[in-house]
Write a protein of this length. Structure first.
Length: 242
């Protein structure tokens, strides 16, 4: 289940629970009003004459005592109803708290962006006649699905500060030049000269970038240069700092 579907599911559950609680509260209020109406009507009937030992009583409980002909405990019912409504309010508050926690969990999950990928092949990549975006086909990690292993492009899904790094292995037959771009802006590069007696070298670079949602980051292999791709020796990685 993807994040959007999970969020919709949680919202649906919360809405159903809230509707159920509201329905129960409304039913209790209807009963409350009906019983109150019955008590008011019962007070309109003549009261029985008190016996020789009976004494009139006044005070807050006089309604119950005067309505001796009615066996219903009005005050007890009212107190019980208030307790139930209070319990429902607590349940509703707890439900709202769980909903907030779920939304925070989803938001934190959406903000996790980490990827690491490597080139794959039997030997060198390049040289090409034009600058070419380097595609890292083997993906080791891609939390947030921001890196596209088909195009080699990282597309920012969450605005923030990111760390990127790229490493490569260079063969001595050709020079090796890699350039890291933010959209079409060059932000970092690494180069190795063509070697004679010098064996193959390793190189790389790293940057920290402030990105907005939709920004693209990728590595280009400069025209007429090459890198070694075998055994995952050339890599491209990045993650959201905050």
């Amino acid at each position: 289940m993807c994040l959007s579907e999970l969020k919709v599911f949680i919202w649906d559950i919360c809405i159903i629970c809230i509707i159920c609680i509201v329905v129960v509260v409304m039913k209790l209020l209807v009963v409350f009003l009906l019983v109150g109406t019955m008590m008011v009507l019962s007070e309109g009937f003549p009261e029985p004459e008190p016996g020789p030992e009976a004494k009139p009583t006044e005070g807050k409980n006089s309604v119950v005592k005067r309505a001796a002909g009615c066996p219903f405990d009005w005050i007890g019912f009212r107190n019980d109803t208030e307790r139930k409504i209070g319990a429902m309010k607590e349940q509703l508050a707890a439900l709202a708290n769980r909903q907030n926690n779920s939304e925070k969990w989803i938001e934190d999950l959406e903000r996790k962006v980490i990827f690491s990928a490597a080139t794959d092949g039997s030997g060198a990549v390049g040289p090409f006649n034009t600058d070419t975006i380097l595609v890292y086909q083997t993906v080791m990690t891609n939390i947030g699905d921001a890196y596209n292993q088909t195009t080699g492009v990282f597309t920012t899904s969450v605005s923030g500060t990111y760390y990127f790094t790229f490493f490569y292995h260079a063969g001595r037959e050709h020079p090796a030049t890699l350039r890291l771009y933010k959209n079409e802006q060059l932000v970092a590069r690494s180069h190795d000269h063509k070697g004679g007696d010098d064996g193959a070298d390793n190189g790389g670079n790293a940057v920290i970038l402030q990105l907005q949602k939709g920004d693209r980051v990728f590595v280009r292999l400069l025209a007429h240069t090459h890198i070694w791709a075998k055994n995952h020796i050339t890599t491209f990685s990045g993650f959201l700092i905050r």
